[in-house]
Structures are given as structure tokens and as C-alpha cells.
Design a protein. Structure first.
Length: 295
């Protein structure tokens, strides 16, 4: 049985990965309380003691706006730590699967981003994640970098779906940005794709991949769909109107890519299956959330 180290175990993807992989592997989950990615010596010691067969780095500094005022902290966790993980993976001769982001792009494209497209992050978070990709690439070995976008799941503290459900239960009207588009991605589908990548032993599959659910939506479209699906499942909601607004009407410290659609053609060829549509993933996540609330 493979020994798999999952970092960021308390986050939404980390929790989903543990649930997905635990039945088929010997999983060790580590959060910031036991494995601080900003501490290079600790990372080296932890990986050296565990000697995992696979490392999945789901740990990250993801506070996009806060990163603008804490760029050093974001870089330590998103770049320095992953670089050390990659060096340790290379030293042990094992594979690192690292989760990256659409924020490495500037969102100026008019077609889905390919893995080979030029990167140009708009803010500190994206810059730190790109630096992580570069540190991993410099370490050698056979790493897989998996860029994703608009991730949500039942686990973790907060995400767009949970925020919309909370606000929708409190207010009759919500205003949501309509001029940023991407592909909402359910952790259940993302974790499943990662599990499939782990099962692929060939060294030829090393490299950069994109994985999101299929289909495209704005944040406004996503919010409307959340409320439609949640109402059908009996979630207690007050919301009656969702008003589309522009990014300019909702200023934030960090600039976000206006277009975050990633091409999944490369990973589809490797896995042999196309990612499910985002609305399907949303429906499954809300059903799971509803069941957990009832139990």
C-alpha cells in the first residue's frame, strides 16, 4: 500500500483528498499545526522521517487580498515550502503533485488557457504561486503541477458556495460580480482526478496540467445556480434577488483575473475522461452538505 503525504489537510481539498485516498493508501495528513510549509527545516525533517511514496501538496496561503499586505508570508508558504518539498521528493525518488492556480495568468485571454501560455500574475498571491511552480521545476524529479480554479467543497472553513448560502439565508437581495468568468470546481471531482494521477506510474506524465470542472460561469451565474439548486434541496433561504454588478463596483485589495477558464484537454487525454460539468458538481456538493446538516 502506498504511503501518501497530504499537506493542507485541514483545508477543503485536503479533507476531500484524505477521504478519497484513505481507502486505497496509507495516508498521512499534515496541517500547519504539524507541518508549517514556511519552515524549511521542518519540511525537510518531516518528509525525511516519513519517507512517503507520493506527496500531494494541497497546503497553501490562499487569502488573496491579505497576500497584498503579507507577500513575504505568502511566498514562504506558496513558493519556498513547495520548493523544499520538490527537492525532498527528488531526493527520495518519489512524485510530488502540487496544486496551483489560475491566478498565475492575468485573465486577458479570450480562449481557455493552455498549460504552455505565458504567465503574468496580477497580484502577490498569483506571484507567490508562480514562484512555487518555478521552484518545483528547478528542483528536478518528476513533479506534477495541477492548476485549478474556483474551488469549493463541503470541507474547510469557507468558500463561495458556503458564503452565498450564509448570505442567502440572511438577506433578500445580493449583489454579485458578473464580469469575472471561470469554471467552478468541486473538490470531489478534483480529488478524484488527483487519485487517478497518483495511479499513473509513468514518468512521462510529469509536467503542468489544468483541471477544473467543465463549463463556464460568472460569479453571478454561479450564485444564481447555487440558490436554484439549494432551494430545490430545501435549504432555508431568504434571498429573492441576485443583482449583477461589475468588478469596479466591488473593489478589493487584489486584482483578479477577469477570465479564468483553463483548457483541460491535456489532462483529459491522460485520464481518458472529460471533467464533469460544474453544475453537476455543485448539485453533488449541496446534497452532501444537506445530508451532513441533517445528520
Amino acid at each position: 500500500m502506498q504511503r501518501i503525504l497530504i499537506t493542507g489537510i485541514h483545508g477543503q481539498l485536503g479533507q476531500e483528498l484524505q477521504r478519497t485516498l484513505a481507502p486505497v493508501a496509507d495516508v498521512t495528513g499534515a496541517g500547519r499545526d504539524t507541518l508549517d510549509l514556511a519552515d524549511p527545516d521542518l519540511v525537510r525533517q518531516f518528509v525525511g522521517d516519513l519517507k512517503p511514496d507520493v506527496i500531494v501538496n494541497a497546503g497553501a496561503y490562499t487569502a488573496v487580498d491579505k497576500a497584498e499586505s503579507e507577500p513575504e508570508q505568502a511566498t514562504a508558504i506558496n513558493a519556498t515550502g513547495p520548493g523544499i518539498l520538490a527537492k525532498e521528493a527528488q531526493r527520495l525518488g518519489v512524485r510530488l503533485i502540487h496544486i496551483s492556480t489560475d491566478y498565475v495568468f492575468d485573465g486577458e485571454s479570450s480562449r481557455p488557457y493552455l498549460e504552455t501560455d505565458p504567465t503574468n500574475p496580477l497580484g502577490a498571491y498569483g506571484q507567490s504561486k508562480l514562484a512555487g511552480e518555478e521552484a518545483i521545476g528547478a528542483a528536478g524529479g518528476q513533479p506534477i503541477i495541477l492548476r485549478t480554479a474556483w474551488v469549493y467543497g463541503v470541507g474547510g472553513k469557507s468558500n463561495f458556495v458556503k458564503t452565498m448560502l450564509r448570505l442567502g439565508a440572511e438577506r433578500e437581495e445580493l449583489r454579485v460580480v458578473a464580469d469575472q468568468v471561470g469554471s467552478p470546481t468541486w473538490t470531489g471531482d478534483l480529488a478524484g482526478a488527483i487519485a487517478q494521477l497518483i495511479s499513473q506510474k509513468s514518468p512521462e506524465i510529469a509536467g503542468i496540467y489544468h483541471y477544473t470542472n467543465s463549463g463556464v460561469a460568472s460569479w453571478y451565474d454561479f450564485a444564481v445556480a447555487i440558490f436554484e439548486e439549494a432551494k430545490a434541496l430545501g435549504f432555508p433561504l431568504k434571498v429573492e434577488r441576485v443583482i449583477p454588478i461589475t468588478t469596479a463596483q466591488y473593489p478589493t485589495p487584489a486584482r483578479r483575473p477577469a477570465y479564468s477558464v483553463l483548457s483541460c484537454a491535456k489532462i483529459t487525454a491522460v485520464l481518458g475522461t472529460h471533467p464533469p460539468h460544474w453544475r453537476e458538481g455543485l448539485r453533488k456538493m449541496l446534497a452532501e452538505l444537506s445530508q451532513s446538516a441533517d445528520s
